[in-house]
Design a binder for this molecule. Structure first.
Ligand code: SAM
Length: 327
């Protein structure tokens, strides 16, 4: 379960307590409907202070969980990559900075670029009491995602839940701009077919620009999934936020945030030879795995039986999103 760091969770509660619950609920409903719509934004979606608070209360824990899962997987595939600097583009209230600082103790200097002043204000207040110096000392820049501006220059550049808000015609330029001066780029999108297709295009572009995929793909070849037929996505489980509990909308004590992602870097990662792309089906005496493999593309229902001893025990422990060795 991806739990928010205590210092973030406490700061968030203090901020949410400044707003009436019914106003947060109204903003929550409006934002949910807008995000479900899924098309590019012609004006900032976070249009008021209460929108920003509702975003932080109900989306930030989920985007934090997704980005944390993404960066933790990337870190496990790139043990020599120890970023000191991060630029988080379209950073909102700063979820990706908190996640990166949690994954990489090496981080010293973070910057968040964001268009909405209210999101910057709230992000700064949340970060003010952070235990991690990289979060506490983050620089917050009001600015646009703008390929005509100097490219973000950092060991790690993150773009989390932003690509889909940008006009389709701009996305290619934005990805080129993100990668221009980055040691590694992480792009995270909602785990929908449309989110996957944006990630798929970004991935192909990053490879074309000379970066290597760190995760999730076990190879730099063409994605073997046929768009429209399936989509590559993963899930991070998180406890229902305090705001959800106050709103009493939650029936379960947790939610699963679905996301699609790519992390690519200017270094050679240590990739697994396959990635588990669905929940493993655990039967009595055998496990069935759906894999994306480095050598043979997609393989569905790969059976690992009890007779295989240690491989079977490993298969019983793996989860959707984990790497897998085919030999
Ligand atoms: C869904 S939120 C994601 C926020 C944060 N990255 C996260 O993962 O929680 C999208 C953010 O991108 C920002 N954004 C969208 N288009 C932008 C643009 N053209 N320039 C700067 N920020 C932009 C929005 O204002 C918003 O804060």
């Amino acid at each position: 379960m991806a739990v928010l760091p205590d210092d973030l969770s406490a700061a968030l509660d203090d901020e949410l307590a400044k707003h009436h619950l019914h106003r947060l609920t109204q903003a929550f409903d409006r934002l949910s409907a807008r995000y479900r719509q899924g098309d590019a934004a012609t004006s900032p979606i976070l249009a008021s202070e209460v929108d920003v608070a509702a975003y932080a209360g109900y989306r930030m824990p989920a985007t934090y969980a997704a980005v944390h899962a993404v960066l933790a997987e990337a870190a496990s595939r790139a043990p020599g990559f120890e970023p000191r600097t991060q630029v988080d583009v379209g950073g909102g209230t700063g979820a990706a900075v908190w996640a990166a600082a949690e994954v990489w103790p090496s981080l010293e200097k973070c910057a968040v670029v964001e268009q909405v002043a209210g999101a910057i204000g709230l992000g700064k207040r949340l970060a003010a009491g952070a235990r991690k110096p990289a979060v506490r000392g983050a620089e917050w820049r009001r600015g646009l995602v703008d390929p005509a501006a100097p490219a973000p220059e950092a060991d790690l550049v993150t773009l989390s839940y932003v690509l889909g808000e940008l006009p389709e015609a701009d996305r290619e330029d934005v990805v080129r701009w993100l990668a221009a001066k980055a040691g590694a780029v992480a792009v995270v999108e909602p785990g929908t077919p449309a989110g996957y297709e944006r990630v798929r295009a970004a991935r192909a572009q990053l490879i074309g620009l000379g970066l290597q995929v760190v995760a999730p793909c076990p190879h730099d070849g063409e994605c073997p999934i046929t768009p429209g037929k399936d989509w590559c996505h993963f899930a991070a489980r998180l406890p229902r936020s305090n705001l959800h509990r106050r709103m009493k909308t939650a029936t379960l004590g947790f939610e699963d945030e679905k996301f699609a992602y790519v992390v690519a870097g200017r270094f050679t990662p240590s990739r697994p030879d396959a990635r588990i792309i669905r929940h493993p089906k655990k039967h009595k005496g055998w496990v069935a795995l759906d894999l994306c493999t480095a050598e043979d593309g997609l393989e569905s229902g790969v059976a690992v039986s009890k007779k295989q001893g240690p491989r079977y025990r490993a298969a019983r422990d793996v989860e959707w999103g984990d790497g897998w060795s085919t030999t």
